[in-house]
Design a binder for this molecule. Structure first.
Ligand SMILES: *Cc1c(COP(=O)(O)O)cnc(C)c1O
Length: 372
């Protein structure tokens, strides 16, 4: 089945009780037990399971080509669930330019808890190989990366992980299952912040971990999800589940717009550099072409004139909203270094853009006047 069809139908069914086409939202915290003690319908208590959560997990794992998924209350909670499934003393290899919240979790929560972590340039497989230790159990990949849009070869890094008996986990938030299939490229587990493109309308917080096989590692993540309870609410699951139905068409439009905006910026005299994997001059373009179906809606660019000029540009935009986050229908722009705070390696003249679903001509016109 093609991805557009899967997006509309995976996990969906006509409600048997009423015939409703759109799924009902099940708010009940508890479910009736039979006289013999059993739960024939499979639901007992909301933290353990809920029909809306189950539908989202089923639908999204089909879309990613996985076999099971665990939905969490945020992308960061899903990330935590994955690291918590390891044991103190284990070693993790993570990218130097991971999402800043993931780096903060590793440095401030999991290193004190006992994980050993090496941060490397994940785009360089030799550096990753050299970082392997006898206790390496997980390699974290994020591609395209945030905010430099660096491209990591998922197949190569997965091979390195498997030779070391470690799991390769890919944060696929930016590419989405429409743009890239990490499980098919070799990764064992995919993590999403469903807050972004999957929800798609900047109105829901959520996360999910999707696995290629139901192994002990995934069962531990499931245990952490249901016993810890950092789960997505029924309504939040419902919103993400609805968002997914239009995801293939949205991603195509996001990607088309982003390529047009990136091309415009790359030819602008006041722009020093543009980072977008869809541009031929991007250092990761070749790998991106081989593992991505779409280059996505995220890009960043560096202006001439440093931090001052970067702030001047974001002060002048009219159509773009100055805000963090990404993946919604509206275009956003942000000065990334100041949101990441002290110690960031992000260049001070860099602006990150989430290209929305407005017409590309209007977006380009707005950036043109802001750069003038
Ligand atoms: C936003 C984001 C996260 C964190 O997700 P939340 O839902 O905000 O907790 C993780 N990874 C990437 C790449 C993100 O963009």
């Amino acid at each position: 089945m093609k991805i557009e069809t899967l997006a509309v139908h995976a996990g969906h069914c006509i409600d048997p009780a009423t015939g409703s086409v759109a799924p009902p939202i099940y708010l009940s915290t508890t479910f009736e037990r039979q006289a013999d003690g059993s739960y024939p319908l499979g639901y007992n208590y909301i933290r353990d399971n809920n029909p809306n959560r189950e539908a989202l997990e089923k639908g999204l794992s089909e879309l990613e080509g996985g076999v099971a998924a665990a939905a969490f209350s945020s992308g960061s909670a899903a990330t935590m669930g994955v690291f918590q499934a390891l044991s103190p003393g284990n070693h993790v290899i993570a990218p130097l330019d991971a999402y800043s919240g993931t780096a903060a979790l590793l440095r401030e929560v999991f290193m004190p808890w006992g994980l050993a972590v090496t941060f490397v340039d994940m785009t360089n497989p030799t550096e990753v190989e050299q970082a392997i230790q006898s206790n390496t159990r997980l390699i974290w990949v994020e591609t395209p990366s945030n905010p430099m849009l660096k491209i990591t070869d998922i197949g190569k890094i997965s091979n390195i992980a498997h030779q070391a008996d470690a799991h390769c986990v890919c944060d696929n938030t930016w590419a989405t299952p429409i743009g890239q299939s990490p499980l098919k490229s070799g990764a064992d587990l995919v993590v999403h912040s469903t807050t972004k493109y999957l929800g798609g309308h900047s109105d829901v917080l959520g996360g999910i971990a999707i696995t290629k096989v139901e192994d002990d590692f995934f069962n531990r993540i499931r245990k952490i999800q249901t016993t810890g309870g950092a789960v997505a609410s029924p309504f939040d699951c419902w919103l993400v589940f609805r968002g997914i139905q239009t995801l293939p068409y949205r991603m195509r439009a996001h990607s088309e717009n982003a390529l047009k905006v990136a091309t415009f910026l790359s030819e602008h005299p006041k722009v020093e550099a543009v980072h977008y994997p869809g541009l031929k001059q991007h250092p990761g373009h070749e790998i991106a072409t081989s593992q991505m179906q779409l280059f996505g809606g995220m890009l960043s660019f560096q202006v001439k004139g440093g931090r001052e000029m970067a702030f001047a540009v974001v002060a002048k935009v009219k159509l773009f909203t100055r805000a963090t986050s990404l993946g919604g229908v509206e275009s956003l722009i942000e000065h990334r270094a100041s949101i990441e705070g002290a110690g960031t390696k992000t260049p001070d003249n860099l602006l990150r853009v989430s290209v929305g679903l407005e017409h590309a001509d209007d977006l380009i016109e707005d950036l043109a006047q802001a750069l003038n």
